[in-house]
Design a protein around this ligand. Structure first.
Ligand SMILES: Nc1ncnc2c1ncn2[C@@H]1O[C@H](COP(=O)(O)OP(=O)(O)O)[C@@H](O)[C@H]1O
Ligand SMILES: [Mg+2]
Length: 360
């Protein structure tokens, strides 16, 4: 565990016994999340994401493994025996962890203000006035000051999620777990909620665990990402590392969807210029990050090697202030020149994937 870890999971196992079937939902997961991270956890439905994050606040007891939050062990396995934090100690540890969900989980018979008040209503260290001020401040923070007397049924999906966020923040958590919080929202509302989460991360230093099946959401606000499949974390690292150098096919698939490369590629592959591709021409994908940029790359191919590059698709993303670009191009020229050029382009740190044709 590193010094700054606010959440440290070690060798987490979760098994469910269902009738005659054993479901192994989480398999030997170890993960460290540092204070101030927005840690994205992506995976398809059933991968074990929700089960894993419910382990963080012990809503789900791990079958075995160690869970440290702020260095406090909520679960611990020693000598094959797993013990769990209980009672008031568990309640206090849980106050540090807020949670929001896909379906908001608001109380429909209570006003917006009363929903937000709920977690602190029975707090004896705050006066009634302090509580009301706190609720008003939280509603201002999420941009809902004018709806405090409304009922959930009178709100849009995005507004409901804002109420849920304000409610999750009422007990001053240091961690916010977002389990598919934008999955029921349209793209525009999703962006607004993600921007709100990012601003809370910056303003309050809130650590956010962002569970989603959409890499797009992770790409927009996370600084770290883990990919889950079949109960395991198959790959994790900084957003930039994962996006520029994914190791696993599933990670690549998620990224291609998020960067619209998948769509782009399908359209490109259907074009006559590609279906009729003649040797020695090749269809290649260039991926690059940081200093290298697309335009000089393409012009150097012509100037230095006499290769004509026909750009069929291009995309540039800014990830954590670093431009990350993808180009799909047909290269036409003398076959040896193409080989030399691709070799030298790789030397410059550009990733080259041959999509169609042969290097002869
Ligand atoms: N309480 C439970 N009892 C039995 N099986 C469960 C329970 N919760 C989750 N599972 C199973 O564990 C696996 C992982 O589920 P889940 O964590 O919800 O995945 P995700 O959030 O990635 O969609 C699934 O096969 C699911 O059916
Ligand atoms: Mg889930």
């Amino acid at each position: 565990m590193s010094e700054q870890s606010i959440i440290s999971l070690k060798n987490i196992e979760v098994k469910f016994q269902q009738k005659n079937q054993l479901i192994h939902a989480v398999k030997d997961v170890s993960l460290d999340i540092e204070r101030g991270d927005i840690y994205g956890i992506v995976g398809y439905s059933g991968a074990g994401k929700s089960t894993l994050v419910r382990v963080i606040n012990l809503l789900q007891k791990p079958t075995s493994g160690t869970v440290l939050v702020n260095n406090i062990p909520l679960a611990e396995t020693n000598n094959n025996k797993t013990t769990y934090l209980q009672g008031s100690k568990l309640r206090n540890a849980r106050k540090k962890i807020g949670m929001i969900f896909q379906h908001f989980n608001l109380m429909n018979e209570r006003t917006v203000a009363d929903n937000v008040l709920f977690p602190i209503a029975r707090n004896h260290t705050l006066t009634k006035e302090q509580k009301n001020t706190k609720v008003a401040d939280l509603l201002a923070l999420v941009g809902l000051s004018d709806r405090s007397n409304a009922y959930p049924s009178q709100l849009s999906g995005g507004q409901k999620q804002r109420v849920a966020i304000a409610r999750a923040l009422a007990s001053d958590p240091e961690i916010l777990i977002s389990d598919e919080a934008t999955s029921a929202l349209d793209p525009k509302t999703t962006n607004a909620i993600l921007a709100l989460l990012k601003s809370l991360n910056e303003k309050l230093g809130l650590t956010i665990v962002l569970i989603t099946h959409e890499m797009q959401a992770v790409k927009d606000i996370a600084n770290k990402v883990a990919v889950m499949e079949n109960g395991q974390i198959i790959e994790n690292g900084s957003l930039l590392e994962i996006f520029t150098n994914p190791q696993k096919q599933l990670t690549k698939d998620f990224i291609d969807t998020a960067t619209q490369l998948e769509d782009g590629l399908a359209k490109v592959q259907a074009q006559p210029i590609v279906t009729n591709l003649q040797a020695p021409d090749v269809l290649v994908q260039f991926s690059y990050a940081g200093e290298t940029t697309g335009e000089p790359l393409i012009s150097s191919l012509f100037k230095e090697y006499g290769i004509v590059a026909n750009i069929l698709f291009g995309n540039v993303e800014i990830l954590q202030s670093t431009p990350v670009g993808t180009l799909i191009v047909i290269l036409s020229g003398e076959s040896h020149a193409i080989q030399t050029a691709l070799h030298n382009v790789k030397e410059q740190g550009v990733k080259v994937t041959l999509l169609k044709g042969e290097l002869i």
